[in-house]
Design a protein around this ligand. Structure first.
Ligand SMILES: NC(=O)c1ccc[n+]([C@@H]2O[C@H](COP(=O)([O-])OP(=O)(O)OC[C@H]3O[C@@H](n4cnc5c(N)ncnc54)[C@H](OP(=O)(O)O)[C@@H]3O)[C@@H](O)[C@H]2O)c1
Length: 260
């Protein structure tokens, strides 16, 4: 049995990692604000204390503030949290740091992805080893969030129009990502491992349309090009996996059917 800290263990993928660790007989330690540990602003001593006796730390933290969607905000979040976890892990003697990043984040290196690119650099330039980096594509679970974010409606009313970024993706099931993270966390540090993507290339606006239809909601979905390098990167397919990626099994259609 291993003791594994999951930073972000209450999030979309983190809570699945925690469930799976428990089911496999390991002891997960959840690090999140709702579990009483603030990795961004909390005292370093509390973090070291929480990591004592852990065999690995899985970093699936994600910022919740709107400010962290900008390059500067995202870099600030991931610089502080990644450094805090690495330093506290070193002080507590944790031998393995495993982080989850996004396919293409380092190629886009703008907007939110600038923080993920920085997080990757903090790990991959570490001299003393002891890390594993898994990059995956967007989760199917991102689609309901995009539908909510882009909805143009008066409070309490159903939206007539939903704006969705122009974005091609090859989305993957968060459950399959969690399975992979548990396998990796149970082993030795491996450096950067093969990317994991979903089985099909999809257009984000189409996925939002299908999600809304499955909810019985009528809204016009309008694709909007996001500005700057971030938007251009998404439109040009920089977040798509290369031919070396491993592919998951669950398509968006399968995932959607499983939500009913
Ligand atoms: N979503 C995707 O499509 C996708 C795809 C590939 C990779 N990723 C990466 O995977 C990671 C997790 O994504 P997700 O969608 O599962 O995230 P999420 O659902 O937004 O969850 C974020 C987690 O971070 C915790 N958190 C936020 N601020 C914190 C703080 N200051 N201290 C401690 N905990 C904090 C949250 O818990 P509290 O609010 O309780 O603190 C929550 O458990 C992110 O780094 C993301 O970039 C995401």
């Amino acid at each position: 049995m291993s003791r594994v800290a999951v930073a972000g263990g209450t999030g979309v993928v983190g809570r699945l990692v925690v469930e799976r660790l428990r089911a496999a007989g390991h002891e997960p330690v959840v690090l999140s604000r709702s579990a009483g540990v603030d990795v961004l602003r909390g005292p370093r001593t509390a973090l070291v204390g929480a990591l004592e006796g852990c065999d690995a730390v899985v970093d699936v933290l994600g910022p919740t503030s709107a400010a962290a969607q900008t390059a500067a905000g995202s870099r600030a979040f991931f610089r502080t949290t990644t450094t805090a976890l690495l330093e506290a892990g070193r002080s507590a003697g944790v031998p393995h740091h495993l982080a989850l990043s996004i396919v293409g984040a380092a190629r886009v290196d703008a907007g939110y992805y600038a923080g993920k690119a920085l997080q990757e650099r903090l790990l991959t330039t570490r001299r003393d080893g002891g890390w594993t980096l898994l990059r995956t594509t967007q989760f199917h679970e991102l689609v309901p969030g995009l539908a909510a974010l882009g909805a143009l409606a008066a409070p309490g009313r159903d939206p007539r129009v939903v704006l969705v970024p122009e974005f091609v993706s090859q989305p993957v099931a968060a459950a399959e990502v969690a399975d992979e993270l548990v396998v990796l966390a149970s082993g030795q540090p491996r450096g950067a491992v093969r990317d994991l993507a979903g089985p099909r290339v999809e257009v984000m606006a189409d996925l939002v349309r299908r999600w809304l239809r499955a909810q019985g909601r009528e809204a016009r979905v309008v694709q909007v090009p996001l500005p700057g390098a971030f938007g251009a990167g998404l439109r040009r397919g920089l977040a798509l996996p290369g031919p070396w990626a491993r592919l998951g099994r669950q398509t968006f259609a399968d995932w959607l059917a499983a939500q009913r």
